[in-house]
Design a protein around this ligand. Structure first.
Ligand SMILES: Cc1cc2nc3c(=O)[nH]c(=O)nc-3n(C[C@H](O)[C@H](O)[C@H](O)COP(=O)(O)OP(=O)(O)OC[C@H]3O[C@@H](n4cnc5c(N)ncnc54)[C@H](O)[C@@H]3O)c2cc1C
Length: 257
């Protein structure tokens, strides 16, 4: 399950030798199992819920990484008892935050997640993933769709906490004006002159002109795209057609949407 779900992520970076250390670290992370206990749950509105978990023993991760959750429950549907979720919280918070879609109709997994009470355990493996910022000094252009904003939330709060200057533009696309994390993201933008956010509500889409207008565009930025497979595929294709090389694009595909 882990291997199949992550095949594109594992094979793609293998073609880039400079990422070997990250791949090794990711594989080691995948061998570790942790127990998390539900600390609190908060409705974000519009069918999205945030869960905060306390790790039983210290869990270290990099902003932008994810965990594989196993949640055994009665009569699982065909999607089964395992899911990947990004760790939406930055590492210094120590509690693991999951922000996910919980609108109906929901899978048996999401029903089981919502049925968890305070202190109930969940088993996770990880952390996994190389959708992380290794060089905070560079300019970045982030494109996030809906709940795909989870890794960007973690990354930005981490950079802000580490008092690093942020030279980036975030294009945040959503089907409605209810953007999850908007207050936190706006607060980061207020503190960092070099960081701007363009909130994009459907049917508007981020265009080539929008991307070119980002202050970072002509300064060799890295492009990070995160969201559903459809959204990531769309913007990856757009960037490639604009002449951006593969090496300058990283993708986090929320398989399952
Ligand atoms: C690396 C990675 C990171 C991820 N991070 C996140 C994250 O931070 N937040 C997040 O929300 N997701 C994340 N995901 C996606 C997550 O793993 C789930 O796939 C996703 O949340 C959908 O959950 P679900 O399958 O339980 O379906 P639901 O969220 O319950 O429903 C999703 C869709 O499936 C339909 N559906 C539900 N049940 C069924 C069923 N039994 N049969 C057919 N269709 C059904 C619903 O109508 C809906 O359209 C990530 C995935 C990966 C690979």
């Amino acid at each position: 399950m882990y291997f199949l779900g992550n095949l594109p992520r594992l094979v793609g970076p293998l073609l880039v030798p400079s990422r070997f250390p990250e791949i090794v670290a990711q594989s080691v992370g995948g061998l570790r199992t942790h127990t998390l206990r539900l600390a609190e749950r908060q409705e974000e509105g519009k069918g999205t819920t945030t869960f905060r978990f306390e790790p039983e023993r210290p869990l270290a991760w990099q902003a932008g990484q994810h965990l594989l959750y196993t949640l055994p429950h009665e009569r699982p549907d065909k999607k089964g008892t395992r899911r990947f979720f990004t760790i939406a919280s930055p590492p210094h918070e120590r509690q693991v935050q999951v922000t996910t879609r919980t609108a109906e109709p929901r899978s048996s997994f999401k029903q089981a997640l919502l049925a968890l009470g305070p202190g109930d355990p969940v088993s996770v493996r990880g952390p996994f993933g190389i959708f992380t910022v290794r060089d905070p000094g560079r300019p970045y252009v982030f494109i996030a769709g809906g709940v795909g904003s989870t890794p960007i939330h973690s990354i930005l709060l981490d950079l802000d906490h580490r008092r690093l200057s942020i030279d980036a533009t975030l294009f945040y696309a959503n089907s409605t004006p209810d953007f999850v994390f908007k207050p936190e993201l706006d607060a980061v933008a207020k503190r960092h002159e070099g960081f701007g956010i363009d909130y994009v509500v459907s049917p508007r889409r981020v265009s080539a002109d929008d991307l070119k207008a980002a202050p970072q565009f002509d300064r060799d930025p890295l492009f990070y795209i995160t969201g559903s497979p459809g959204l990531v595929g769309h913007y990856y294709g757009l960037l490639r057609r604009m002449g951006i090389t593969r090496r300058r694009i990283r993708r986090d595909v929320l398989v399952g949407y």
